[in-house]
Design a protein around this ligand. Structure first.
Ligand code: 13P
Length: 284
């Protein structure tokens, strides 16, 4: 059915009270795993590429892969840039057909974050592309953060209200205790803060760093207004674990299809479980 924007997908999620998975891809097999899972679950889906993924695969390849996935599928698909860091990168993605972009100005002070995000929204909305902003710092698990410093990274709800009002973003990624990558302990989410941010902004919220977050916490976050759930690490782990298993099972195997094919299948299974958890199964 071709590509749609994240804003469209999130509007339906808002009306239905569920969330849609935004799954990161780097290569053909992962794109196929995502689209097969979405089709099998009859779910809308967001396929997202980071700047690192675009650099690895090449802009032309990644766009062609996601476009083909959308064209061959009967569920709504959005092509989203994950963590765009600067204006030029975001414009390049819009020019190449992304239907949704994230501008991550969270490392800037509030006023600069508002400025750059606002500039992106102006251009993106003019050409029908939706925008996700980030406020507060969402860490990587590799960042060493002392417990006493933890909340300094969190999003201030009042700042979130101002940020959303000033920029006009379609969705907001707040920092409430999740981190990108594999958690060392159990993540502690600040649900009160999440509820407050939602109340003051009214926009669909995005949960980053969702791999490894217990299902009950994900469900609770969705009940409080999270509409887009980002998953990367859980897919990578399932994919690579199967590659490793196949190689160990038969070290003489030289057919990549016999190694990557089963890995694609494992990734697909993980994505299907996530889709069911987020409540978007059967919504397409
Ligand atoms: P995980 O790798 O923790 O799933 O995070 C993905 C993400 O938030 C991408 O922006």
């Amino acid at each position: 059915m071709g590509l749609v924007t994240c804003a469209e997908i999130l509007a339906s999620a808002e009306a239905g009270g569920y969330a849609v998975g935004a799954f990161n891809c780097n290569n053909m097999e992962i794109v196929q795993a995502i689209i097969r899972a979405a089709e099998a679950e009859r779910s809308p889906v967001i396929i997202q590429a980071s700047q690192g993924a675009i650099k690895y695969a090449g802009m032309g390849y990644i766009v062609a892969l996601i476009r083909e996935a959308a064209a061959s599928a009967s569920v709504p698909v959005a092509m989203h840039l994950d963590h765009g860091t600067d204006f030029q990168q975001v414009m390049l993605c819009i020019r190449n057909g992304f239907t949704s972009v994230m501008i991550d100005g969270s490392h800037h002070p509030l006023s600069e974050n508002i400025d750059i995000t606002k500039r992106v929204v102006e251009v993106a909305h003019a050409v029908g592309v939706s925008v996700e902003g980030e406020l507060g710092r969402i860490r990587g698990v590799e960042d060493e953060v002392r417990v006493s410093e933890r909340e300094a990274f969190f999003t201030d709800p009042e700042e979130a209200r101002i940020f959303v009002r000033e920029t006009g973003v379609d969705a907001l990624a707040p920092s409430i205790g999740t981190a990108h990558g594999r958690y060392r302990g159990k993540p502690e989410l600040d649900f009160d803060r999440l509820a407050q941010i939602r109340k003051l902004t009214g926009v669909p919220l995005v949960l980053h760093g969702s791999s490894g977050v217990p299902g009950e916490d994900i469900r609770r976050a969705i009940s409080l207004g999270v509409r887009k759930v980002n998953i990367d690490t859980d897919i990578r782990e399932a994919f690579v674990a199967e590659v490793r298993r196949r190689l160990e099972a038969d070290p003489s195997e030289i057919d990549p299809r016999r190694i990557l094919g089963p890995a694609r299948e494992k990734a697909c299974q993980v994505i299907r479980e996530k889709i069911r958890l987020f409540g978007s199964a059967g919504k397409a």
